[in-house]
Design a protein around this ligand. Structure first.
Ligand code: SAM
Length: 474
């Protein structure tokens, strides 16, 4: 390894780019971001570079000559002529200038890394020139992990540097303060765009003299319908930093495995008529854990605000003054419909879509059936298995055709997904004969006809068991 990782201050330094094509243009833009004094030498340049010559860069419209490099601090050779690139590289190196020859590591005395840019935070990835493609792939991974407002967090931290210096006498104390502060709600508030609250929080921490919040926080996170690739970046980040995880049955095993392994895990179940922990107790538990100063991950299947009782949980948090944030997710209706090749709306078949719960209360389902039977509408039932007879009967009695196509999507988006197709009239029989098990979503409407043509997800069923902890409430 001959490369020494470093960031160079290029402000007002003369940087010469030889070449005027698209590659040169990219290099010029990066140099201008660093506020360098840029000179471009090339017989022709791109339109964008032309625009930049009006204000930001100096331009010499001709072939390269050694004299162009006089006084240069840094040189980039980006022409499509290998000989010229070589001449530039060799001459600049002989004059002890920093030089990079595009696509020719042997002629470079510095290389340009792949960058994750959250200015002022910047992460550089380099493979020492061995594999620029690998460096780019690693950068893409990092892009998904580093929050978009990480730069804003760094800027606020810088703003507070003097105050923290005045408050704590030693470097060690300051370090401990920042380590605790950046782990807690301060950082999360910035990431959530609540910058004023973040400042207030940091002021309080400074006043108390400890970076550690007495109060923890709750992340109400949607885990999506099952496929871990459908998680949001934010969900993954919060899952990895939580101290304790409170989850129920609709979170797939694969997703549970992605959470912080050190985190304490509390299963709160929720089976039909067998709630491992009643809802009131779950609400109180979240408050208690946060008040112990913990970062609490409340992980729920699908989207927390769609038939997920997420609203009730955060109502209690709000009443108790516990900071929280909500992370939305792909709900079962969109996940299952996409993976089953059944678009929920389609210009020829459905101009609206309706999500309903098929959850039985005292043996009946209290829904507005007139509304559900409107023409050109797709109706999606969550928790519809137990009530399937009532659903089928009521919809027919309210005018929906018994031949209306219908689909049951079982364990949608997982490797165990199965799709069963029938009609409104045959749904109860289909549930019995297919051996379908929860979690299952029911889609009713003409869009179901498209499944035959559009189905694309044909997973090999890899396990006989469910992807979900136990059976879901039907
Ligand atoms: C209590 S609701 C929770 C819904 C969840 N909050 C969401 O947004 O998807 C549970 C119902 O969602 C549906 N469901 C959730 N995940 C599913 C999946 N992977 N496949 C099929 N249906 C699913 C089933 O109808 C299940 O009974």
């Amino acid at each position: 390894m001959h490369h020494y990782p470093t960031f160079i201050n290029l402000k007002d330094k003369v940087c010469v780019v030889i070449g005027g094509g698209l590659v040169a243009e990219r290099k010029v833009k990066a140099l201008l971001k660093a506020e360098a004094n840029v000179v471009v030498v090339a017989p022709e340049i791109t339109e964008r570079l032309q625009t930049l010559t009006q204000k930001h860069i100096a331009y010499e419209a001709r072939e390269y000559a050694e004299t162009d490099l006089a006084g240069a601090f840094l040189v980039i050779a980006a022409t499509d002529n290998k000989d010229i690139n070589r001449q530039v590289g060799e001459y600049a190196d002989s004059q002890n200038m920093l030089v990079n020859v595009v696509d020719n590591p042997d002629l470079c005395n510095f290389i340009v890394p792949s960058i994750v840019d959250r200015s002022p935070v910047r992460i550089a990835v380099s493979t020492g020139g061995a594999s620029p493609v690998l460096a780019r792939q690693l950068r893409m991974k990092l892009e998904t992990m580093v929050p978009a407002s990480c730069g804003e967090l760094a800027a606020i931290t810088e703003e507070y540097r003097n105050k923290v210096k005045a408050r704590f006498a030693t470097g060690n104390e300051r370090k401990t303060f920042w380590e605790s502060a950046l782990k807690g709600p301060f950082a999360e508030l910035v990431y959530a765009g609540q910058v004023q609250d973040a400042r207030r929080h940091l002021d309080k921490l400074l006043e108390s003299g400890s970076g550690k919040s007495e109060m923890g926080e709750v992340y109400l996170v949607g885990a999506g319908p099952g496929d871990p690739d459908l998680l949001t970046f934010k969900a993954v980040r919060l899952m990895q930093q939580a101290d304790v995880m409170v989850y129920d049955r609709l979170v797939s095993k694969t997703i549970l495995d992605m959470a912080n392994r050190q985190a304490e895990r509390i299963y709160v179940g929720k089976e039909k008529a067998n709630h491992a922990v009643p809802q009131d107790r779950i609400n109180d538990l979240l408050v208690e854990l946060a008040k112990q100063g913990k970062r609490v991950l409340r992980l729920k299947g699908g989207d927390p605000f769609i038939f997920g009782r997420g609203g009730e949980e955060i109502e209690t948090l709000a009443e108790e003054g516990v900071p929280f944030q909500v992370v939305p997710a792909v709900t079962a209706a969109s996940g299952c419909s996409s993976y089953a090749g059944i678009p929920l709306t389609h210009r020829d078949y459905a101009q609206s879509v309706c999500f309903a719960t098929g959850h039985l209360k005292d043996g009946t389902i209290n829904l507005n059936w007139e509304h559900l039977t409107q023409e050109n509408q797709t109706v999606v039932f969550y928790m519809g298995l137990t009530g399937i007879k009532v659903i089928s009967q009521e919809l027919q009695e309210h005018g929906m055709s018994p031949d209306m196509p219908a689909a049951l999507i079982e364990q949608g988006t997982t490797r165990n997904q199965r799709v069963h197709i029938g009609t409104l009239a045959t749904l109860p029989e289909l549930v019995e004969t297919s051996g379908v098990r929860a979690p299952t979503l029911t889609i009713i409407g003409n869009v179901v006809k498209l499944h035959d043509k559009l189905h694309w997800y044909e997973p090999e069923r890899h396990v006989a068991a469910s992807e979900f902890s136990k059976n879901d409430p039907k």
